[in-house]
Every structure is written in C-alpha cells, then in structure tokens.
Write a protein that binds this ligand. Sequence first.
Ligand code: PRP
Ligand code: URA
Length: 232
Amino acid sequence: MVEGARPRPMAGREQPTRAEALRQPRLHVATHPLIAVQLTLLRATETAPSRFRELLGELTTLVGYEALAGLALAERPIVTPLEPMIGVKVAQPIAIVPIMRAGLAMVEPLLRLLPEARVWHLGLYRDEETLRPVPYYNRAMRSGQAAHCIVVDPMLATGGSAVSAVDLVKEVGAERITYIGIVAAPYGVAQLTEAHPDVEIYVAALDRELNEQGYICPGLGDAGDRVFHTGE
Ligand code: PRP
Ligand code: URA
C-alpha cells in the first residue's frame, strides 16, 4: 500500500440495493416511530459517548422487544392470592452473544428482559485492509447449554463478523439463532442470509450502502469508538 493511502476493500464489489435486501423474508426492519427518533439522535455526530451508550441501550430494548415476540414459552403453574393458574416461562435456555466491542453495550438491556440468559463474549475485529473478521476472544461457549442464541452487534456492515459469530454458535449446538442489530447495510444482510438463511435478523434501520472502506452510509461511524470514546 502507498504510504498514507487508505485501503479501499469494497472498491469494485457489487452491492445489493435496499429494495433487494428488503426481499429477504427473515430481515425485520423496525417501523416504530420512537425507534426512528432515538436512532436519529444516535447517529448524530454531536451525540457524546455517555448519551450514545444510553441511546444504544434504549434502542436495544425496543428492537429486542420486537425480536423476542416469538419467544418459545412453556407452562408454569403458579398460585395467585386468589387461585392456582397456569402461567408461562421462557421455554429454551438462551445465550446472549455480544460481538465485542460495540455489542457489549447491548448486553445489559437484554439481560433485563432475559435475566436468566447466559452471556457468551466473542471478540472479533475487522482487518481494515480485507474487512475480514479477526477472532481474539471466545469465552464460555459450551455445547448444549443454549438452544436459542441471540447474537448482538450494532453494526451489520459486510456481515463478516455476524457470519463468524453464527458459525460459532452453530458449532455449540444452537437450534435457533436471532441476530439483533441497530444499523445494517444491504451487503451485510445478503452475506448473512446467504451463509445462514435460518437466522432471523432484527435491526432498527437498513441503510443505503457501504463506502469503499466498508463503513455503513449514512450509518453512525465506528460504533465501538463511539461507545468507548476511543479513536480520533
Ligand atoms: C465493528 C462492529 C461489528 C463489525 C461489523 O466492529 O461493531 O463488529 O465492525 O462489520 P462487518 O459486518 O463488516 O464484519 P470493529 O471490527 O470495528 O471492532 P470494535 O467494535 O472493536 O471497534
Ligand atoms: N463497523 C462500524 O462500527 N461502523 C460501520 O459503519 C461499519 C462497521
């Protein structure tokens, strides 16, 4: 590489349009007006890291609420102060799988909805020249412990990180996999659905495209840097 030149790993790669990505039956893009309002604040450059974390947490709760609407339930008999009744409980053991770093900010809001879930941390970063995910941390995934895995990461860009995460949770026997993100690009949706057509994808927004460096446009920039106040 010429010194000072920025790598252009997306140059020449064909990208699907939004309309093409929206044809994927397992892609669910939020339509709730409050999600659109919160996401606008999240994207804005002037939003400081502390507010960015709060907004990301609130958006995770809102998108998560929709993503968990089809949660498998089992009967749970209880007694109210007036009489016995058959209530419900979450039927399957669940693991939340945050892709570090930015996915970490999505864990607490989901644990509030699913207090008994396990958390399996997964460290992946994108090589900026190839955009391929580089694994650096994989903690506590155990075969048979979670029938339903929820992979969380705010950004679905090329889809490389999400595909690797899903590969790993399938290796440990997940029967059902949900991906919860905030902003997706059509390219990442196509890559994830091609590699793993069984994964349900829930996001707050589907943006236009990736730029030549693999950033989502209009997007929100580098999510990890904005959560943890690193970078420029
Ligand atoms: C970002 C983001 C995703 C990944 C998405 O992480 O949080 O994990 O990029 O890109 P992809 O769909 O092209 O794989 P990054 O690699 O920048 O690591 P960081 O969170 O540690 O900054
Ligand atoms: N990762 C990010 O944090 N932002 C993007 O736009 C793409 C990948």
